[in-house]
Design a binder for this molecule. Structure first.
Ligand code: GLU
Length: 511
């Protein structure tokens, strides 16, 4: 067992978009695999045909790609253990269900859904809970009670049936979960005879999951806490198949909790509280409901990964920022905690700001250019890069760039009234006209040089700086904001600067 190559799988069901909790499960699997030089496998668990949602599988793959977690094996990724879509493996499951029937670990149950429903209601009326299992199976319509001849007859008549697992009586199943430590379940107290194979010819999750983990040589099952209750059945299935010697180790990840109060973060919380809980945006093909995504809301995948990594895992140091590579180096399941982690949307913004600031102006320009183009602004002389370098520290998202830089590309068509009232005096127009005159005579159009000439000019006239700086800014920007005014002049260029000053003088006098 110890010298087997580490192989883990991320096994989502394509029943809708991948929730941020599912993405965290994928991330922890990916990190564990890469930390151990192992394989990260994507397996699509689509045996519940009624719950399939069109587009969900593509969504899952796109989300993994966006985060840079490319599977080593999976549908569309190749690998020797395929097919990796469970709906394409029906024959395999049928064969394995047959093996359990042969060994007496499973049986055929002919009870119709209506009969089961009736039994359920009957128990309910007595204040009890019906369970198909140790205490009831011998009175029900199955191959344990019927004679072999009766069973045969039903099969040949074409009666529909399911295959159920025969749960052993009153046994304590104990397992050492990597995260939770020792967990024990009593078969009689907490387990019923679960359906392994359905009448529609499809396996249930339990059978398909265990058979595939075995055939795909999975060494570690890392999944959400909600699957902990399935663990004893899975362990018993490994035993029934005689695969105990090679069965995987289990690690059940802690829940992700709502930002405030108790309870699991749900897919509706995001829309209610105003932050995405999905990596990519999603429009439900049936209901038309729309859900925001981190990608479309302008987050970088680095920020989402960093945020998710710290939901349940900690490095044991003060370090907070981690790249995917660093996480791969550091990750271990020993540092994953048992208790739930609160989701903090403010932290997501904070991480995004960090990664935004780390990007170079050139990298950001690549993302900003499409926004400019949409506004009809084409710029080829690298102006976007230079503008971004001036204003980037004021931004958290690429979408903030325009708000802080529009005046570099489009002249203001209105001027902030408060600034006018405060800074535009009787003599302002005259002073600015003189300044426009000075600027038009300048040869060297570069921030430092302009500043020098400007200062000399103002000092020579004994004007206060304050009396011209804000009006000048008002003409160039439209309001009293922005970076160093001489950098703005440089980036606007000489002609545009003078043009804006003149337009300001004309317009603001008229106001
Ligand atoms: N198909 C299950 C899911 O949707 C997989 C659970 C597991 O990893 O065993 O999460």
């Amino acid at each position: 067992m110890n010298n087997r190559k580490v192989r883990v799988r991320f096994a989502p069901s394509p029943t809708g978009p991948l929730h941020i909790g599912g993405l965290r499960t994928a991330l922890f699997n990916y990190l564990f695999a890469k930390n151990n030089r192992g394989d990260f496998i994507l397996r699509i668990e689509d045996t519940d045909q009624k719950r399939l949602v069109p587009g969900a599988e593509e969504y899952i793959v796109e989300s993994l790609n966006w985060c840079g977690m490319t599977p080593d094996e999976g549908p569309g990724f190749g690998g020797d253990c395929g097919p990796y879509r469970q709906s394409e493996r029906r024959e395999i499951y049928k064969q394995y269900a047959g093996m359990l029937l042969d060994s007496g670990n499973a049986y055929l149950a002919f009870d119709t859904p209506e009969e089961i429903e009736h039994l359920r209601k009957e128990s309910e009326s007595k204040g009890e809970v019906f369970s198909y299992g140790i205490n009831t199976r011998n009175e029900l319509n199955n191959s344990l009670r019927l004679s072999p001849a009766e069973t045969e007859e039903k099969i040949s008549r074409g009666d529909s049936y399911v295959i159920r697992f025969r749960m052993p009586e009153n046994e304590d199943i104990t397992e050492e979960d990597i995260i939770r430590g020792k967990v024990t379940f009593n078969t009689t107290k907490s387990l019923d005879d679960k359906v392994l194979f359905k009448s529609d010819g499809m396996p249930t999750y339990h059978l398909a999951n265990v058979v595939d983990d075995h055939l795909m040589e999975i060494t570690h099952v890392i999944r959400g806490e909600e699957w902990l209750s399935s663990l004893p059945l899975h362990i018993l299935l490994y035993r029934a198949f005689g695969w105990e010697g090679t069965r995987p180790q289990f690690a059940h990840l802690p829940l992700i909790l709502k930002p405030h109060g108790k309870g699991k973060l749900s897919k509706r919380d995001g829309e209610k509280m105003g932050f995405p809980v999905f990596p990519l945006e999603w429009k439900d093909p049936e209901t038309g409901e729309f859900y925001h995504g981190y990608r479309e809301d302008g987050y970088f995948p680095e920020a989402v990964i960093n945020l998710l990594a710290l939901l349940g895992w900690n490095p044991g140091t003060e370090q907070e920022f981690f790249s995917l590579d660093e996480l791969t180096q550091l990750f271990s399941l020993d540092r994953v905690v048992k208790s739930g982690s609160r989701f903090d949307p403010d932290k997501a913004r904070w991480f995004n700001k960090h990664y935004f600031q780390k990007k170079t102006a050139e990298e950001l320009a690549v993302l900003f250019n499409p926004i400019l183009e949409e506004k009809g602004i084409r710029q080829t002389d690298g102006k976007a890069e230079k503008v971004i370098a001036e204003i980037k520290e004021r931004c958290e998202f690429v979408s903030d760039l325009w708000e802080h830089s529009s005046y570099f590309f489009v002249a203001p068509d209105s001027y902030d009234l408060r600034t006018i009232k405060k800074h535009w005096k009787e003599d302002t127009s005259g002073k600015l006209s003189e300044i426009a005159g000075l600027l038009s005579g300048l040869e060297k159009w570069e921030a430092e040089a302009v500043k020098q000439q400007f200062s000399d000019f103002i000092n020579a006239r004994q004007w206060s700086f304050g009396s011209v700086m804000s009006p000048l800014r008002l003409c160039l920007v439209g309001e009293n904001k922005g970076p160093d005014i001489f950098r703005i002049c440089e980036l606007l260029g000489k002609e545009e600067t003078i043009r804006r000053i003149r337009k300001g003088i004309e317009t603001i006098i008229l106001t």
